[in-house]
Design a protein around this ligand. Sequence first.
Ligand SMILES: C[S@@+](CC[C@H](N)C(=O)[O-])C[C@H]1O[C@@H](n2cnc3c(N)ncnc32)[C@H](O)[C@@H]1O
Length: 293
Amino acid sequence: MPGTMRFYIRHDDIITSMIRGKVLEGGLKPPLKWAGGKRWLSDWVMKTWTDYKDKRYVEPFCGGMAIALSLMPEKALLNDINLHLINFYSHIQKGLNIGLEMKNDRTLYYDYRKRFNELAGTSAQETKEAAELFYYLNRTCFNGLSRFNNSGKFNVPFGKYRTINYKHDFTDYKEAFKKWVFSALDFEKLAVTSEDFVYADPPYDVQFTHYSRGDFSWPDQERLAKWLSGLDCPVIVSNQYTERIFDLYQSYGFEMIMKDAPRYISSDGNRSMAREIVGTLRIKNEAHGRVGP
Ligand SMILES: C[S@@+](CC[C@H](N)C(=O)[O-])C[C@H]1O[C@@H](n2cnc3c(N)ncnc32)[C@H](O)[C@@H]1O
């Protein structure tokens, strides 16, 4: 019944923000490569966040932290089910300086991957050595993917980079991370309150992604939409556009905005811009005025 629908769609092109390709103003560059990174959406989220800056910023799927490192909230809860990722951030928080030899070399890569997998799944997976190896693998592997097999072992092959600029000293992140809390939980276990502001960027509906052991299935997408709608605070959610994702969030009363993402998809031999959906719930009207498409 169109008359009763609470959503609207607007189509836009925010490519300008991605073409600029600059290091985020006032923020820090994400230290890792991460599939589905949302740096291109940060200006848009910032406009909404401005009205909520006093709240705690919560990202249940923080991944490469492109948005958090752009917003630079005072207080934050940053969560991702990938515990190797969270271990890396936790070591940065303590002041990480990588001593490991890092080279874009196939033999070294497979030696380090083997060592990392020896640590994975044991109590040593939370050590500084594991954090250093995780960084090295992320920068050196194919496309910066973070993919694990069913036994939780990292299985991405050696990358195809001509040169890699490895970073050793991460102390420039330490100050920003000081008051941030990191956790490696399933999103539903997070204790979110009315004092929070949530930005959720789950794995895409259509892509088969193995960011960590297991996968994010359709029942997980449904579980997420239900969980987000039951929170008592402002929420922004983003996802790749699919009809069922759109319908799902619409059914929970989210306002939906369609965006062109800065990447292409191919279908029937044609390349077209991938479309993303941004849904908002409990966002003040004034903020909405500013964040239009
Ligand atoms: C699209 S990525 C997030 C990208 C991030 N916004 C960025 O800019 O880099 C989705 C993330 O969700 C995480 N994830 C998958 N299942 C999860 C779950 N059940 N609970 C929490 N995090 C999960 C993955 O490990 C992955 O890092």
